[in-house]
Design a protein around this ligand. Structure first.
Ligand code: HMG
Length: 389
């Protein structure tokens, strides 16, 4: 019997503010149906000036440490594409804020929205080598496009923290994985830009091509058939994309495509993404959180995961929900993370979108905005300063 390894606990955090799509639509004259129905988004999380991927990551991970302690955690992997430093891992700041032991390896991973899945798979390898160890995998991102661009409606921000270990409490991750990589310029962000560049239509085509490629490899490696999955968690840059992706997969597998079947497969995974927006590498695991929180008993059911990161890398894999998982869910905290956000008006959102530290190396404090447990209090001599509140 192979060792069962997977996700033992999962917790997420999102930002202080939320911008409803009605406010964006009122500003740019878009018919609201395009947002609510066309892309399937209702609102997006907007970080305060004193929040970033570090504060989001620490906020997501703190409840995991509070529940399980840190004795068995020997590795922290922080996956992000909204990095705050070209050299130092954001994970080191998180390690410090959480008070983790110094005998820990910490590293940052990047491949667009795929990074957290790489982190999860690398973590499984580490646990395979020493099942007494656990790995804290954190996905944390702030999705940012230019103001008044088509991508603006698909922004968002969130972090998901997953404790990966042997004999997992939530999801046992299975072999094989289906892999797909191709060099494509569908979405990218050069180091000198704070906002991503994207060819919207090309990015949707590249995503669908990757779904096919990853599934093909998965099938050739002896993976399960579509009927053996109870639900599918797709990367969700906007929730309609999960529907498009699953419809594409059904077509590719020569299945009849009925809207009800597509909704049954992906509908329960979209609740958090619909109101948080694109959280890049955290998105597919927010989909898992929504599924676990919303579905009736999934014990013993197999879930499909399709992780896509522009550029592009994709992976399809399966996971089985383990007995007793419902006792370990954080449904109330998850709902609270979403509902505690304070609505911001369009002018306030625009100011935050353009907010940046001066680059002069001086001392600059951030305005006190977040009511979360950690904040970025300022910058001094080009060093970011964080504090637990
Ligand atoms: P757009 O040009 O603003 O919108 O771009 P559109 O004209 O394509 O309309 C969108 C949908 O709304 C269409 O449906 C319309 O018909 C419908 P579809 O044809 O796609 O089924 N529509 C309406 N529906 C109901 N009532 C109405 C109405 N009007 C129109 N009144 C786009 C949309 C998503 C391209 C844009 O927002 C964008 O560029 N977003 C960013 C890129 C993106 O999210 N790409 C997704 C795939 S790539 C990916 O997932 C990776 C990523 O997460 C990055 C990473 O990996 O790091 C982005």
């Amino acid at each position: 019997m192979p060792l069962a390894i997977g996700i033992h606990d999962l917790s997420f955090a999102t930002s202080e503010f939320v911008l409803p799509h009605t406010a964006l639509a009122a500003h740019n004259g878009t018919e609201i149906g395009k947002y609510h129905v066309g892309i399937g988004q209702e609102s997006m999380s907007v970080p305060a000036a004193d929040e970033d991927i570090v504060t989001l990551a620490a906020t997501a991970a703190a409840p995991v440490i509070a529940r399980h302690g840190s004795d068995r955690i020997r590795t922290v992997v922080l996956a992000t594409e909204s990095s705050i430093d070209q050299a130092k891992s954001a994970g080191v700041y998180v390690h410090s804020l959480l008070g983790l032991p110094s005998a820990t390896r910490v590293v940052e991973l990047k491949q667009a929205c795929y990074g957290a899945t790489a982190g999860l798979q690398f973590a499984i390898g580490l646990v395979q080598r020493d099942p007494s160890q656990q790995v804290l995998v954190i996905a944390s991102d702030v999705s940012k496009y230019d103001l008044d661009s088509p991508g603006e409606a698909t922004q968002g921000a969130a972090a998901v923290a997953m404790l990966v270990g042997a004999d997992p409490g939530l999801v046992r991750i299975e072999d094989p994985s289906g892999l797909f990589t191709v060099d494509v310029m569908d979405f990218w962000r050069p180091n000198y830009r704070t906002t991503a560049l994207v060819d919207g239509r090309e990015s949707i085509g590249a995503y669908l091509q990757a779904v096919e490629g990853a599934w093909k490899d998965y099938s050739e490696r002896g993976g399960h058939s579509l009927e053996q999955f109870a639900a599918f968690c797709y990367h969700q840059p906007f929730t309609k994309m999960a529907h498009k992706a699953h419809r594409h997969l059904l077509n590719y597998c020569s299945h009849d495509v009925h809207n009800d079947d597509v909704t049954r497969a992906v509908g329960r995974t979209t609740a958090y993404n619909r109101v948080i927006g694109n959280s890049y590498t955290a998105s597919v695991y927010l989909g898992l959180a929504a599924l676990l929180d919303q579905a009736d008993d999934l014990t013993g059911e197999r879930i499909g995961f399709l992780s896509y990161g522009s550029g592009s890398v994709a992976e399809f894999f399966g996971g089985t929900i383990v007995a007793g998982y419902q006792d370990r869910l954080r449904t109330e905290a998850n709902i609270e993370a979403v509902s505690r956000r304070r609505p911001i008006d369009y002018v306030g959102y625009r100011e935050l979108h353009e907010w940046a530290f001066p680059l002069d190396g001086g001392d600059h404090a951030t305005p006190q905005q977040t009511t979360g447990p950690f904040r970025l209090s300022g910058i001094s001599g080009h060093k970011r300063l964080y504090q637990a509140c």
